[in-house]
Design a protein around this ligand. Structure first.
Ligand SMILES: Nc1nc2c(ncn2[C@@H]2O[C@H](COP(=O)(O)OP(=O)(O)OP(=O)(O)O)[C@@H](O)[C@H]2O)c(=O)[nH]1
Ligand SMILES: [Mg+2]
Length: 421
C-alpha cells in the first residue's frame, strides 16, 4: 500500500463572551462601561514535518478540539484558548469532506495551515457606547467554533526513485536492499505499480520506490510511463538503472539517453533532480569488455555505480551514496510557508432563500453575527437589527416580499420580520 488515508474532525475553540460591567469609583454614582472582551478560541494548525511517514496515528485519534476562549470578567479580558498543532508528514493532501473540496497540499517541510480558526472573543459592553447609548447593558457573545471534517491523504513519498528501462533490474535491486518482495521476471513491464521499500542504513532509514519501466514516449503517455512519472515527482534523488550489457542487444548508452530525454520532456523539474547512474548486472559483463563499457558510462557525466543485485557487488558504495545525498538534501534550509486561512470572501457572502415557512438567511458572516448576539437582551437584539440593516439584509428581505411578522430563520435563531426598530 502506498496510499495512506485518514478521516479526522478538527474543532477550533469558541470565543469567550464579552462582559457587561461599569466603572465603580467612589463618589461616582454610575461610571461608564468597562466590560472586557472575551478571549479568542484556539486555532487548529496543521504543520508539515519531515520525519513523519504515516497517518497511522489518526486511526486511533481522529477528533481534535482546541481550547475555548475564556469569558471576559468585569474589566478583565478573558484568556485566549490554546491552539493545537497537528504534525503531518510532508506530502499530506487535505480534503474537506463536507464540501468535497481540496483544501491544501502540505508539501514543504515547515509549512503551516490553519485548518480551523478559533472564534473571536466577544466585545465587552465598552464597545457599544454611542451618543445615544451611554450605558450599554449588553455585550457580545464569543464567535462560535469552526468544525472541519477532513480527509487526509498521503501519497507515495519515497526519498529515492529507481527508474530505468524495463528489465534493467530495478525490482531485483529493491528486493536486495530492503524487505520489499516485488515480482521479478525476465520480461519487460513486470512491475506495474511502484513498490516501496524501507532501506535501513546504519541508524538511518529511507524509502526507495521501485518504478515501473520507462520507454520511449513515456512523457506522452506511452506504456505505463506517464502515470508513474507522476510518482517520481516527489523523489528527492533518482537512481537511473542502466543495464551494462543489455540482454536485448541494444546499446546501453543509447538506452540511457532515451530515458533522460523522456524525463526532460516530461518535466524540466524532474530532470534537474539529483541523479546517479547504477550500471546494472555487471556480473554478466564479459571481463574483457568491462573497462571499455565502464569508460563509456563514465563519459555520461553523472556519478556512476557499477552494481550487481545478484552477487551484491557494488551495493555498499551505492547505498552510501544514497544515504549521503539524502543527508545533504536534508541540510538544505527549511522553507516555512505560512498559508492564509480559509478564504475570507466565503465569509462575506450571504444570501436569502424563500422557503415555505418564511425566509432563511444563509452565509457564514450573518450566521456568526447572530450567534454572537445575546438574544435574551433586547438592547443586543436592537443592535443586531441595525447591523443587519447596514449589511443590506433587511432591505433584501423587504425586496423579497417580507412583511411585518413573517418568519426569518438565521442559523438556529428565529425572528419575526420587522422593518422598524
Ligand atoms: N545476472 C543478473 N541478472 C539480473 C540482475 N538484476 C536483475 N536481473 C534479472 O533481470 C531480469 C529483470 O529484473 P527485474 O528486477 O524484474 O527488472 P525491472 O527493472 O524491475 O523490470 P520491469 O519491472 O519490467 O521494469 C530478471 O530476470 C532478473 O533476475 C543482476 O544484477 N544480474
Ligand atoms: Mg520491476
Amino acid at each position: 500500500m502506498f496510499l495512506d488515508e485518514a478521516e479526522v474532525t478538527f474543532t477550533s475553540g469558541r470565543g469567550g463572551s464579552g462582559a457587561v460591567s461599569f466603572h465603580r469609583e467612589k463618589h461616582v454614582p454610575r461610571g461608564g462601561p468597562n466590560g472586557a472582551d472575551g478571549g479568542k478560541g484556539g486555532d487548529i494548525i496543521l504543520i508539515a514535518e519531515r520525519g513523519r511517514r504515516t497517518l497511522y496515528d489518526f486511526k486511533f485519534h481522529d477528533k481534535f478540539k482546541a481550547q475555548d476562549g475564556v469569558h471576559g470578567l468585569g474589566n478583565k479580558r478573558g484568556k485566549d484558548g490554546k491552539p493545537i498543532e497537528i504534525k503531518l508528514p510532508v506530502g499530506t493532501i487535505v480534503w474537506d469532506l463536507d464540501l468535497d473540496e481540496h483544501i491544501v497540499d502540505l508539501n514543504v517541510h515547515g509549512m503551516k495551515y490553519i485548518i480551523a480558526k478559533g472564534g473571536r472573543g466577544g466585545y465587552g459592553n465598552d464597545h457599544y457606547t454611542s451618543s445615544v447609548r451611554q450605558a450599554p447593558n449588553f455585550a457580545q457573545k464569543g464567535a462560535p467554533e469552526e468544525i472541519v471534517r477532513v480527509k487526509l491523504e498521503l501519497k507515495l513519498l519515497a526519498d529515492i526513485g529507481l527508474i530505468g528501462m524495463p528489465n534493467a533490474g530495478k525490482s531485483t535491486l529493491i528486493s536486495r536492499i530492503s524487505a520489499a518482495k516485488p515480482k521479478i521476471a525476465d520480461y519487460p513491464f513486470t512491475t506495474i505499480v511502484p513498490n516501496l521499500g524501507v532501506v535501513k542504513y546504519h541508524d538511518d532509514t529511507f524509502v526507495v520506490a521501485d518504478m515501473p519501466g520507462l520507454i520511449e514516449g513515456a512523457s506522452e503517455g506511452v506504456g505505463l510511463g506517464h502515470q508513474f512519472l507522476k510518482h517520481v515527482e516527489r523523489n528527492r534523488l533518482l537512481v537511473h538503472l542502466v543495464e551494462a550489457c543489455p540482454m536485448d542487444g541494444s546499446d546501453p548508452i543509447a538506452n540511457f539517453e532515451l530515458i533522460e530525454r523522456e524525463l526532460k520532456l516530461y518535466s524540466e523539474d524532474i530532470w534537474k533532480r539529483p541523479r546517479i547512474i547504477a550500471m546494472s548486472k555487471i556480473d554478466v559483463v564479459p571481463s574483457e569488455d568491462y573497462d571499455q563499457i565502464r569508460q563509456r558510462f563514465e563519459g555520461l557525466g553523472l556519478p556512476l555505480f557499477p552494481i550487481s543485485a545478484i552477487t551484491g557487488q557494488g551495493l555498499d558504495p551505492l547505498l552510501f551514496e544514497m544515504y549521503k545525498t539524502l543527508e545533504e538534501l536534508h541540510n538544505e534550509p527549511d522553507i516555512p510557508v505560512l498559508m492564509p486561512t480559509m478564504s475570507k470572501e466565503h465569509d462575506l457572502e450571504w444570501d436569502i432563500e424563500k422557503t415555505d415557512e418564511g425566509f432563511e438567511v444563509v452565509g457564514r458572516r450573518v450566521l456568526r453575527l447572530v450567534a454572537m448576539t445575546d438574544l435574551e437582551n433586547s438592547d443586543a437584539v436592537r443592535y443586531l437589527h441595525r447591523r443587519l440593516q447596514r449589511l443590506g439584509v433587511i432591505d433584501k428581505l423587504r425586496d423579497l416580499g417580507a412583511e411585518e411578522g413573517d418568519t426569518v430563520f438565521v442559523g438556529s435563531a428565529v425572528f419575526g420580520f420587522t422593518d422598524e426598530l
